[in-house]
Design a protein around this ligand. Structure first.
Ligand SMILES: O=C(CO)[C@H](O)[C@H](O)COP(=O)(O)O
Length: 211
C-alpha cells in the first residue's frame, strides 16, 4: 500500500496581513504540515520571511513546521530555526558539503530534508539517501509562487521512489488537484501547495489533494 498523503499549504501564498487566521483555517480544514519558504534574495531572486516570523506564528498552531531553506550557505542559518522547525530542508545546490549540512540539521534533533532544483540530478543525493528523512523534488524553479508545474519532473519522482521505496518524497511548485495526482502516481507522498489552496475554499482544496 502507498504512503498516506500529507498536504502542506505553503505560507508564501497566504494573506501576510492575517497570518494567524490563515494558518488556523488550513489547520481546521485538514492540513498536515505548514510549508515555510525562507528565501534570502541570493540563492533565489526573492526575499520572503525568516525565523522571527516563524517564531511569532509557532504558538498558534500544532501543524508540523516544514521549513524550506532557499538560502545560500545554509550552515550559517540553520541554528536560527532550532526552536520553531520540525523539519529543515536544505538545497543540495546551496552547500559545498551536503553530508556535513545534513549532520548539522540532525544535531539539532530535527528531521532533515534535501531539495533538488529541477535540473539537479538524483545523483547529488544518491549516497546520502540513508541519512535523509525527506527529498523535496522542486517542480518549478524556486523563488516564486504561482508558477507552472514542470512535467519532466514526473520521471525523476518515479526514479527516486524506485531508489528509495520508504523515503518521504515531497513535491513543491504548481501543485493542484491535477498535477498533485500525477505526482502521487509517480511516487510522491507530500504535496506542497500555495496558490492552489490559498486562492479560496480551503476545505475543498485540501480535501482534493488527499488522494
Ligand atoms: O517553494 C516555493 C517557491 O519557490 C513555494 O513553496 C511554491 O511557490 C508553492 O507555491 P505554488 O503552489 O503557488 O506554486
Amino acid at each position: 500500500m502507498g504512503k498516506e498523503i500529507i498536504v502542506a499549504p505553503s505560507l508564501l501564498a497566504a494573506d501576510f496581513s492575517n497570518l494567524k487566521k490563515e494558518i488556523q483555517e488550513v489547520e481546521k480544514f485538514g492540513a498536515d504540515f505548514l510549508h515555510l519558504d525562507v528565501m534570502d534574495g541570493n540563492f533565489v531572486p526573492n526575499i520572503s520571511f525568516g525565523s522571527p516570523i516563524l517564531e511569532a506564528i509557532r504558538p498558534h498552531t500544532k501543524l508540523v513546521f516544514d521549513v524550506h531553506l532557499m538560502v545560500e550557505n545554509p550552515d550559517c542559518l540553520i541554528h536560527l530555526f532550532k526552536d520553531c522547525a520540525d523539519i529543515i530542508t536544505v538545497h543540495a545546490e546551496s552547500t559545498k558539503h551536503l553530508n556535513r549540512t545534513i549532520q548539522l540539521v540532525k544535531s539539532f534533533g530535527k528531521k532533515v530534508g534535501v531539495a533538488l532544483n529541477p535540473s539537479t540530478p538524483l545523483d547529488f543525493i544518491k549516497y546520502d539517501l540513508d541519512n535523509i528523512d525527506m527529498v523535496l523534488i522542486m517542480t518549478v524553479n524556486p523563488g516564486f509562487g504561482g508558477q507552472r508545474f514542470i512535467p519532466e519532473m514526473l520521471p525523476k519522482i518515479k526514479e527516486l521512489r524506485n531508489l528509495a521505496p520508504e523515503i518521504d518524497i515531497q513535491v513543491d511548485g504548481g501543485i493542484n488537484d491535477k498535477t498533485g495526482k500525477l505526482a502521487v502516481q509517480a511516487g510522491a507522498n507530500i504535496l506542497v501547495a500555495g496558490s492552489y489552496i490559498f486562492s479560496g475554499n480551503y476545505k475543498n482544496k485540501i480535501n482534493s489533494l488527499k488522494f
